[in-house]
Design a protein around this ligand. Structure first.
Ligand code: DC
Length: 228
């Protein structure tokens, strides 16, 4: 793979603050932020809306041909379009969260997402977050961060996000969903969530957002000389 641009890969468990720190890092470096999880969520939403039987390879392959995902970056926020329709809010709903890890285990889905993700870095510096960015999508990334945090801390953060979006949900349901996704993400056959050997560990359990940003800015500066 030709590599001319800077790639910062941020992987880790669900709801440990990856997207917040990745977004802030991209903003301060003036890089493009790509939330790879949003792409898997958009595919999942399409499968739900179109009753795709995801256990049938031919249906999955046919669906993937009909899925067009666009990321529109404006004023530091990303909007996600699925076949031209803005699905930014809908892809965060529980109906998608409950199925997305399952859909992400499908090889054809991963192959399609990974090739789109690689194309996205072709002509720009990027910060991409996800589960397999430093291990499978960009094994030569300039900076690799692996994020984790205590399950209860993650659940509290996720609950707040969902409640802010108007959802009525209990902490127990959030813990159940996170535990299920952790299990599926780490045990799947296709590029499971795991720390790349050369990734730097970042445990955010007792760090605020500024401390997390300072940490990644510092690591980026050491590895690439880029600075905010
Ligand atoms: O980052 P997130 O929680 O929005 O991601 C949703 C799901 O997508 C997550 O449970 C696993 C999957 N995912 C993946 O398999 N690979 C990625 N690079 C990003 C997300």
């Amino acid at each position: 793979m030709d590599k001319q641009n800077i790639v910062i890969a941020i992987d880790g468990y669900s709801s440990c603050g990856k997207s917040t720190v990745a977004k802030a890092l991209a903003k301060c470096l003036n890089y493009v932020y790509i939330d790879s999880g949003a792409m898997y969520r958009a595919v999942t939403l399409y499968f739900i809306q179109n009753d795709v039987n995801y256990t049938q390879t031919d249906q999955v392959e046919q669906a993937l041909e009909n899925i067009h995902i666009e990321i529109i970056s404006e004023d530091g926020t990303n909007n996600y379009l699925l076949n031209g329709k803005d699905v930014t809010a809908e892809i965060r709903e529980m109906k998608v969260s409950e199925l997305v890890s399952e859909i992400s285990t499908i090889r054809a889905v991963r192959e399609s997402m990974v090739s789109q993700q690689r194309r996205m870095s072709a002509d720009k510096n990027i910060v991409m977050d996800g589960r397999d960015i430093g291990t499978a999508v960009f094994p030569d990334a300039d900076v690799k961060i692996f994020m984790t945090a205590d399950l209860n801390v993650r659940a509290e953060r996720r609950l707040k996000e969902l409640q802010n979006a108007g959802a009525v949900i209990s902490i127990e349901e959030v813990i159940k969903n996170l535990t299920h996704r952790d299990h599926q993400d780490t045990t799947r056959q296709e590029s499971p969530l795991t720390k790349a050997k050369d990734a730097i560990m970042l445990d955010t359990s007792s760090m605020n957002e500024q401390e997390q940003l300072d940490f990644v800015v510092n690591e980026t500066k050491k590895a690439t000389k880029s600075s905010c």
